[in-house]
Design a protein around this ligand. Structure first.
Ligand code: PNS
Length: 164
């Protein structure tokens, strides 16, 4: 049986930390469906179309084993619709734990058959998040090493940062 997981997130925008989790996830699963879902707690910088395009560009090297999608409803419903057995989430530090734990237990309550699998990011990405990267770039911080080149370019455009 082909083992498929949904890798859900806001991906606003995709970072090297996400890509690290995807490459680790592909060591366990045959296929990952990288899916943009709505997080009601967040307002996004990029539209869904922009985020999908950035994912497409950044994940080209995995294109034979991943799919990029977006969905407007419950994550577990999407997992069932796509015949996925699991939800993949990255865990950075202890600070992620409470939110991830709550979300995993809610998803399990909503559908007992879908398992949540957590993977640790590589140590070099432990402090990165889309939110902190956006904050840094907004105030002129150098985040080039933390995101794929296409995302770096797009972030600079959004915040009107001139070329170096
Ligand atoms: O990258 P994020 O913002 O931490 O991802 C959170 C996300 C989008 C995966 C989560 O908010 C989500 O699953 N949203 C879809 C609605 C849903 O199913 N919520 C979980 C049960 S309450």
């Amino acid at each position: 049986m082909c083992k498929t997981a949904i890798y859900p997130g806001s991906f606003d925008p995709v970072t090297n930390g996400h890509i690290d989790i995807i490459s680790r996830g592909l060591m366990i699963f045959d296929k990952l469906i990288v899916t943009i879902l709505e997080n009601p707690a967040k307002t996004t910088l990029f539209t869904i179309e922009e985020r999908m395009e950035l994912l497409r560009e950044s994940l080209k090297k995995f294109s034979d084993r991943i799919e990029i999608a977006s969905y407007g409803g419950l994550l577990v419903d999407y997992a069932v619709a796509r015949n996925a057995q699991a939800i993949l989430r990255g865990m950075r530090a202890v600070s992620d734990f409470e939110y991830e734990f709550q979300m995993a237990l809610m998803n399990r309550k909503l559908n007992r058959d879908i398992q949540t699998v957590f993977l640790m990011t590589g140590l070099r990405w432990i402090f990165t998040s889309s939110s902190i990267i956006k904050e840094a770039v907004k105030f002129g911080g150098d985040i080039e090493s933390m995101v794929p080149p296409v995302v770096y370019k797009k972030l600079k455009e959004k915040f009107n940062i001139p070329e170096k």
